[in-house]
Design a protein around this ligand. Structure first.
Ligand code: PEP
Ligand code: MG
Length: 877
């Protein structure tokens, strides 16, 4: 028979899939002898069984719970619901992956009309007892019985008004006793049942509510966003309560063994005297720093520091710890490996290697490639001058500019309408998640660095400022005020989550140059990876940027971008040419420009391979839109040149241009094009050699599908190169290869390799043609619906479809190498910068991936992870 319930003593930190992260760590700490309030964990298996049975508790579960509860009562010397000295428990969710605030919690369970009296007598504090009871009824009503939470808040508000006080602590015991009755009446009216008095019944309801919350909307949304599987289920932790709100000798807080924002090796945390844990996280009261705790509670402070050191050494990582002091005694309520910004993650990982806590391999594995994105986030341009309107806490790094909206729904709607949005809220709750996802940045007027807004924003890599108290939000008029300045809905502000500055209007932003631990960690990644990383770059500036980011060459230089702008008229002259002489003259002009383009690219990538792709798109892309020309003609506004362009556009018009006269097929019918490009490339390399440079030339022919057509064009390139060498009196080694971007090319890769010295998998076109999905259309059409319904696991244009497209890649690799063992193999589709796809490329045996400059660091790290045999989602608890 399955055992669904385990006492804390029975588990360990390795069991996070069974006990959830929280349960596994509670077990670990219990076994380390730390002061953890006793309790037990109901496994994720029980949740899965509950879901599988159509939301019914598995048979025998409540018997097991009853047995564990009896053990707990024995251990504590108290019983749930007892009239004299009642035990109270918390019931909390805890999944394998942390989902802050996304699921439900019930505190103070075990209180009822009788035991509240026992609690009052035991603590000698009637106010405390009734406050605990009213919190319980409120939470239970809202979370378990689905009663609208505002009804309780309204009643609380009414009571404060009646008493003429501003805050809850000013309400007395009698007020709270009356509130309990009012809350119970709300429950009766709304849920149609008497508030349950039997602790068994309370417990059963609460456990079920936690299981149900696993599939709540906000939990599902969070998991979709974070890539956490929906079938893991949540565990439930039932733990004896300790109270940080029992008076001035009590308190509660959150501590981090290192600074989660910067990674600095200093202890860090927030603390509140005479408060419950939710008060810290909700950001309702202003917290004190951890250091201040030493003055009020020297002994507990010392104890906490010892626990922090022990946990960090034990977990060999930064720990995030929740603690409570109950009447002078310290309790540890929870720990986990703490969330951190990307900058902090890098600093901690590299410093922990220096401290001997972990090795380089582990340091590299601790950083997820996507996290590096955060560091490449925009920042305010240091050269920009601006006045800060207000300053808050620097809760999540990066700069954002956008229009202000005050509710999550508005933020989402305006984001969908194409606006850049800053979500401004007094504080956020899990209900705001959709607005937070939609926003470029988040600003709250309340809350600290561990408030919901801060934690969630950091996790998402969204810039955020919290606790900007000067920002006075008026929800009625949908505006905020700082001093005399009023900022209305839709106005533009800029926020700098790195410094906490809020600025009226748009501040120019720049992307920073990462240094320090960033470089160190990537150097370690380089030592561990096998896969090369190149970049896709068409401009010298991009090539230089990519090189700074560690690119080892260019995997794809798309020459069509060099045919636009001021070159377009020349290209059009070439297309419109009526005589060979005219065509030649236009090509000669293009040649001169191209030669200079290539010189600059070779210079930027001196000593590193540069794959230049000969012209790929169909010619009509260089002509005006045919519909516009026809309209102009109908209106009699077409001049002679326009008439020519229209005629050409009609000649080159194709029903399926992506499958039409493009790439090597165009080169076969307009041979002058590739000849011109090949000559410009070879000459540019010779120019560089004469200037003392070291150009490494790879010429790539796109879209080949047969050995014959490719062989024909490769011969042409060699012929031109030989002529050019002879003219220049210089020669050098270079490669000619092709893109594998059609299914046929992959199928006959063995033959194609006879004439190609390298393959670069063009997985954009390969995906398009394998699926028969138009790469330019489907993402705006059916793709979102497919993803929503789970009909596709991921967008195949983003993450390589290893099952289908991947088979073609593998086939291309295998057959290509069988023909030519030293065939160079790379990938240059967008997938080259996607961590999961990089992993596939490693396994498929490619030599390198090529991606956009900003993704080069991600690809380097992903390649190291692949080499270390690591894949799948981040394993942070
Ligand atoms: C590809 O098809 O994957 C590719 C890199 O070429 P392009 O995106 O230019 O078609
Ligand atoms: Mg392509």
């Amino acid at each position: 028979m399955t055992t669904y319930v385990h006492a804390f003593e029975e588990g360990s930190k390795e069991q996070k899939y069974l006990l959830g992260g929280k349960g596994a760590n509670l077990a670990e700490m219990t076994n380390l002898g730390l002061p953890v309030p006793p309790g037990f964990t109901i496994t994720t298996d029980a949740c899965k069984a509950y879901m599988a049975a159509g939301d019914r508790l598995p048979g025998g579960l409540m018997d097991e719970v009853a047995a564990r509860r009896a053990e707990l009562e024995e251990k504590m010397g108290k019983r749930l619901g007892d009239a004299d000295d009642p035990l109270l428990v918390s019931v909390r969710s805890g999944a394998a992956f942390s989902m802050p605030g996304m699921m439900d919690t019930v505190l103070n369970l075990g209180l009822n009309d009788v035991s509240v009296g026992g609690l009052a007598r035991q603590t000698g504090n009637e106010r405390f007892a009734f406050d605990s009871y009213r919190r319980f009824v409120q939470m239970f009503g809202k979370v378990v019985l689905d009663v609208d939470g505002d009804l309780f808040e309204d009643a609380l508000h009414a009571k404060r008004e009646e008493r003429g006080v501003a805050t809850d602590p000013e309400l007395g015991a009698d007020d709270l006793r009356e509130l309990v009755e009012a809350f119970k009446a709300i429950v009766k009216a709304e849920a149609g049942i008497e508030f349950p008095q039997d602790p068994d019944e309370q417990l059963r309801h609460a456990i079920e509510a936690v299981f149900k919350s696993w599939n709540g909307d906000r939990a599902r949304l969070y998991r979709d966003h974070e890539g956490i599987p929906h079938d893991l289920g949540t565990a439930v932790n039932v733990q004896s309560m300790v109270f940080g709100n029992k008076g001035d000798d009590s308190g509660t807080g959150v501590a981090f063994t290192r600074d989660p924002a910067t990674g600095e090796n200093v202890r860090y945390g927030d603390f509140l005297s005479n408060a419950q844990g939710e008060d810290v996280v909700a950001g309702i009261r202003v917290t004190e720093p951890l250091s201040a705790m030493g003055q009020h509670f020297p002994e507990s402070h010392r104890g906490l520091l010892e626990v922090m050191d022990l946990l960090e050494r034990h977990y060999r990582d930064m720990c995030d710890i929740e603690f409570t002091i109950e009447q002078g005694k310290l309790f540890i309520l929870q720990t986990r490996v703490g969330k951190r910004t990307a900058a902090a993650a890098l600093r901690m990982a590299t410093e922990m290697v220096d401290e001997g806590l972990i090795d380089r391999r582990e340091a590299v594995l601790r950083i997820q490639p996507a996290q590096l994105d955060q560091l490449l986030h925009p920042q305010f341009d240091p050269a920009a001058s601006y006045d800060a309107l207000a300053k808050g806490l620097n809760a999540s790094p990066g700069a954002a500019v956008g229009q202000v909206y005050f509710t999550a729904d508005d933020a989402e709607a305006h984001h969908e309408a194409g606006e850049k949005v800053i979500l401004v809220r007094p504080e956020t709750s899990p209900d705001d998640l959709h607005g937070m996802i939609a926003a470029e940045g988040i600003l709250t007027s309340r809350g600290g660095l561990v408030s919901h807004a801060a934690v969630v924003a950091r996790g998402m890599g969204t810039p955020a400022i919290c606790g900007a108290e000067a920002v006075r939000i008026d929800m009625e008029s949908r505006s905020f005020r700082v001093g005399d300045t009023v900022v209305a809905e839709g106005d533009v502000i800029s926020i700098n989550g790195t410094t906490g500055e809020v600025v009226l209007g748009a501040v120019p932003v720049v992307v920073p140059e990462p240094t320090g631990p960033f470089g160190t960690l990537l150097e370690w990644a380089d030592e561990l990876r096998r896969l090369g990383v190149r970049t896709n770059a068409d401009l010298p500036a991009d090539a230089r940027k990519a090189r700074d980011f560690g690119a080892e060459g260019i995997g794809l230089c798309r020459t069509e971008h060099m045919f636009l702008g001021d070159r377009l008229p020349i290209v059009q002259r070439m297309i419109l040419a009526e005589t060979p002489d005219e065509e030649e003259a236009a090509l000669a002009e293009l040649h001169d420009r191209q030669r200079q383009d290539f010189v600059e690219i070779f210079e930027a990538m001196d000593g590193l391979p540069v794959t230049i792709r000969l012209l790929d798109p169909p010619l009509h892309e260089f002509l005006p839109d045919i519909e516009e020309l026809l309209v102009a003609k109908a209106l009699g506004r077409l001049d002679a040149q326009g008439e020519k362009l229209l005629a050409a556009a009609q000649v080159w018009r194709e029903a399926n241009p992506m499958f039409g006269t493009r790439g090597c097929r165009l080169a076969i019918v307009r041979p002058g094009l590739y000849q011109m490009q090949a000559k410009a490339i070879i000459e540019a390399a010779i120019d560089r050699r004469r200037a003392g440079g070291d150009p490494r030339v790879e010429i790539m022919i796109p879209l080949a599908v047969t050995r014959a057509e490719l062989g024909y064009l490769v011969d042409e390139v060699h012929r031109v190169a030989e002529e050019t060498f002879a003219e220049a009196g210089d020669r050098f080694e270079y490669l000619v290869g092709t893109m594998v971007e059609t299914p046929r090319a992959a199928l006959v890769a063995g033959e194609i390799a006879e004439v190609a010295q390298f393959f670069s998998f063009g997985t954009n076109d390969l995906t398009q043609m394998t699926y028969g999905f138009s790469r330019d259309d489907v993402e705006g059409r059916f793709m979102p619906r497919y993803l929503e319904l789970g009909l596709l696991a991921a967008n195949p244009f983003e993450t390589l479809d290893t099952e289908g497209v991947g088979q073609l890649v593998r086939m291309g690799v295998e057959h290509g190498r069988a023909t030519r063992p030293d065939l160079k193999l790379g990938i240059c589709g967008e997938h080259g910068g996607d961590p999961a796809s990089v992993e596939f490329c490693h396994r498929a045996g490619l030599d390198y991936v090529s991606c956009s400059p900003f993704r080069v660091p991600l690809a380097r790290l992903a390649a190291a992870h692949a080499a270390l045999g690591e894949s799948g989602p981040a394993a942070s608890a």
